[in-house]
Write a new protein. Structure first.
Length: 462
């Protein structure tokens, strides 16, 4: 076999391949055997029809077509390996010559991973939010905990903001009660905004037994998006009672003996959260700066497929689970279809560039992934997917996605190396040490390259 490679552009090549006909022998034998099992010729047992009879009855062309289809993947792979290129996705193959007994010639055009030059990135500088926890932050955190331990007791007075009312609801559209528009015994906290728009005003001031009617746009159900006339009847008004903020509350709501210990723990938790947010912010900003430094040619077909994949996943998976259409989602977001398309394309470009650059760093720095790192990453991914580690690991192995996970961990290590080399300061001008934040760096990588992993990884292994 002879092959040559021609560079069409930085992300696409054309392979020209010539195969001597004798190298098709194994595929020709397989073609005759396959056709033998599929056809019946009077006078011959099934599977025992001579090749010359198959040629006469069904045509030599049918045999050649079967043989060529069988052999092409092998010859294409040999040509790719010989050319030492990294293909992305499936090739566009064109058979240019097929001479029976003499020669098979074909061309194959395919997208490839572009060659990337990564300059010195040690000069990257970014500024992140300072880790500051105020007394007000602590008080708010403790107050939220206090709200969780609130109790209610019925009262004989008009409902006011913050009260919990028990209500019956009936919704009509065009004068007709909706099949799913009746509910009884619903508990609602006035001012929470968890039910229909307008309900707060309707129930405020009503006592048990009181009734009001208001109009509101329905958020779900059979008449979602339509304006309905809603009748609400209050059957009970209950006041929420918050526990006293004292040592008894601390003992009831936590493992601490005193309120001061509870507040100190809340402060520490808030500091940890802000440090995590700070690390994530640093990763994102360092990555943005790295992307500015590196010129990355993008395969147009890969980009188009990535954009379509993102749209499909959003429309048919994420929005589908929420009961939303794409049009309704865009309406809620206040975006036009054109703005959505532009944002999706921009995100896809960033995802693909991120993967290409970090993969290049993994190769350049010879970064490896050990079993402990892979296991830890698998545990984290399992937790985020809502599956047990065993279930997730089984799904990964059965789906052939272990290389994808290894790639995610390796890219996380590559980004961690870039972050470590960068200068990170907070808004107070203080230097920020992120040397121990490799786990967060890995997560930051996944967020930045979200939804490009499966697409680009699958294409790189095609």
């Amino acid at each position: 076999m002879k092959s040559a490679v021609e560079t069409l552009n930085p992300t696409r090549v054309r392979l020209t391949v010539e195969v001597p006909f004798e190298e098709l022998k194994a595929s020709l034998d397989a073609a005759y055997k396959k056709i033998n099992q599929q056809v019946t010729v009077k006078g011959f047992r099934k599977g025992k029809i001579p090749a010359r009879v198959i040629d006469q009855r069904f045509g030599r062309g049918a045999v050649l077509e079967e043989a060529v289809n069988d052999a092409l993947p092998k010859f294409y792979t040999e040509a790719i390996n010989e050319a030492d290129v990294n293909p992305l996705g499936q090739p566009d193959v064109d058979i240019t010559e097929l001479k029976d007994g003499e020669l098979l010639a074909f061309t194959a055009e395919v997208d490839i991973r572009p060659a990337i030059e990564i300059p010195d990135y040690s000069g990257i500088e970014v500024t992140v939010d300072a880790v500051e926890v105020s007394d007000e932050d602590v008080e708010k955190s403790v107050e939220q905990l206090r709200e969780r331990f609130a109790s209610t007791s019925p009262v004989e007075r008009a409902a006011a903001e913050g009260d919990v009312v028990t209500i019956d609801l009936e919704a009509k559209v065009d004068g007709e009660v909706l099949p799913d528009g009746v509910a009884s015994g619903v508990q609602y906290t006035i001012g929470s905004g968890e039910l229909l728009e307008g309900i707060d005003e309707a129930v405020t001031g009503l006592e048990a037994g009181g009734e009001a009617t208001f109009t509101s746009t329905l958020k779900g159900g059979s008449a979602e998006g339509k304006e309905a006339e809603v009748t609400v009847k209050v059957t009970q008004v209950a006041a929420r009672e918050l526990p006293e903020l004292d040592d008894d509350f601390a003992q009831m709501a936590s493992e601490f003996d005193t309120l001061e210990e509870l507040k100190a723990d809340s402060r520490k938790r808030l500091e940890n959260m802000k440090q995590y947010d700070q690390a994530t912010q640093a990763q994102e900003r360092v990555l943005d700066e790295l992307l500015k430094l590196v010129e990355v040619p993008l395969p147009e077909k890969l980009l188009e497929d990535e954009v379509n994949t993102r749209k499909h996943n959003l429309e048919h998976h994420q929005l589908g689970q929420m009961g939303l259409t794409l049009d309704k989602y865009l309406e809620l977001q206040g975006k036009t279809a054109e703005e959505f398309d532009a944002e999706t394309r921009e995100q896809a470009i960033k995802g693909i560039k991120t993967q290409f650059i970090l993969d290049e760093l993994v190769s350049r720095e010879k970064l490896n992934v050990n079993q402990d790192e892979l296991t830890e990453h698998l545990m984290r991914r399992a937790a985020s997917s809502g599956m047990s580690p065993d279930q997730f690991a089984k799904a990964v192995v059965e789906g052939g996605q272990v290389p994808m996970l290894v790639g995610e961990v390796a890219r996380g290590k590559a980004l961690a190396a870039v972050v470590e080399a960068a200068k990170v300061v907070d808004t107070n001008g203080e230097s920020v040490d992120l040397g121990d934040d490799e786990d967060e760096a890995e997560e930051g990588t996944e967020a930045a390259a979200e939804a490009s992993e499966d697409e680009a990884e699958g294409k790189s292994e095609a």
